[in-house]
Design a protein around this ligand. Structure first.
Ligand code: KG4
Ligand code: ZN
Length: 357
């Protein structure tokens, strides 16, 4: 029995410091041996969002023991590691630099290959962890930093079908929560407040609802909520606004996912259609059940990986490292951190004023 590759993954692109060891079993299924994630929510709470310098400082303080704990928890020895994979982008440059430099230094000291990983590639492949999910599949990634539909055809073969042209969905949830006076990150609280409200009370805008394919836009929604909150006086009005926001987001995702399904089917002529929802917002129960119902309606197999594997984590980084290790795709130690690093290099840059859809 030949030794299976053992990969250490390191993630520090935003406000989670994470390390993980991943290998594969005899059937070639990627297996997570340890998955350590340290969130910095408490550090950034009082500022209502992630402060890059504070995040980087915390990564520097924690990365050493987090990597050590990931190795200890895996019950492997550091000498058994075959390669080190660190997130190199996209993300906050001061944060990326911590995990990237740590990974390079460790690779150099252990005399093992170093692999620079695209964080989005990690999210795209994450549903393959601990599962035998085959390519191709469609991913909706909805997190605090990203909102994209990706057709995943194989390692290195991604087609971005749609993306947000402004805010990420998690960001829209957090900003709405902040306007309603809920502490950062307030996304999960919106879902709770929404249960007590009338979803039809406020008619909120649905930007680019009838154009732009499956591209998304949430900034106009936030502006409208800002205006409404100025006149809100009672708790009930707050609940109604949270419910209206939640319903508007569901309407947008329902319509845009249907479009993404059509585009995915044009790209991939397959019988077994698979749809993965990843990222922190996938924890939203209403969004989840709405998308599950849509999958039943459209004959898709729906996959919601556990949140510790589809929110920000290092197991997904180690997984991409594992797949690249097997084809000997290594990187040099001068690999730079890349704050912007699109997964699909052919996809147009769709952010900012003047975007034409
Ligand atoms: O993928 P993730 O864990 O990490 C980053 O993006 O860094 O996603 C976090 C995002 C936050 O914006 C958070 O408010 C949102 O996911 N989120 C939710 C829910 N749980 C987490 N948004 C809506 N409803 C939820 N239940
Ligand atoms: Zn992420």
């Amino acid at each position: 029995m030949s030794k299976k590759p053992l990969i250490l993954g390191i993630e520090s692109s935003c406000d989670e410091t994470a390390a993980s060891l991943v290998t594969e079993n005899e059937q070639g299924t990627p297996v997570v041996l340890s998955n350590i994630i340290s969130s910095q929510v408490d550090i950034h709470k009082e500022f209502g969002g992630v402060v890059p310098e504070l995040a980087a400082r915390s990564h520097i303080e924690k990365i050493d023991w987090i990597v050590k704990k990931a190795i200890d928890d895996s019950r492997c020895k550091i000498e058994e590691i075959d390669a080190i994979a660190s997130t190199a982008g996209p993300g906050l440059i001061v944060c990326l630099s911590v995990g990237l430099s740590f990974g390079k230094a460790l690779a150099l000291s252990l005399n093992k290959p170093f692999i620079a990983i695209n964080h989005l590639e990690g999210h795209a492949l994450s549903p393959r962890l601990n599962s035998n999910l085959d390519y191709p599949y469609l991913v909706l990634l909805i997190s605090g930093g990203h909102s994209q539909f990706l057709s995943v055809q194989g390692l290195g073969k991604y087609k971005r079908l749609g993306t947000t042209i402004d805010d990420a969905l998690g960001e829209a949830f957090d900003k709405t929560a902040k306007l309603l006076g809920v502490e950062f990150p307030g996304g999960p609280q919106i879902e709770i407040l929404a249960k007590k409200g009338d979803p039809n009370k406020y008619d909120l805008p649905k930007p680019i609802f009838n154009k732009g394919g499956c591209n998304l836009s949430f900034a106009g929604l936030k502006t409208s909520i800002l205006k409404i909150t100025k006149n809100i006086k009672t708790d009930q009005e707050k609940f109604d606004l949270a419910a209206s926001f939640q319903k508007t987001v569901e309407d947008i995702l329902y319509k845009k996912t249907k479009i993404a399904f059509n585009e995915f089917e044009k790209e991939n002529k397959i019988k077994e259609k698979k749809f993965v929802v990843a990222g922190g917002v996938a924890a939203n129960k209403n969004i989840r059940s709405m998308l599950e119902n849509l999958c039943i309606e459209k004959n898709y197999h729906s996959i919601f990986p556990p949140i510790n594997l589809c929110g920000d984590n290092a197991a997904m980084i180690a997984l991409v490292g594992l797949e690249k290790f097997k084809i000997k795709q290594f990187d040099n130690l001068d690999h730079p951190p890349k704050p912007r690093w699109p997964l699909d290099e052919n996809a147009a840059f769709l952010k900012g004023a003047g975007v034409k859809l």
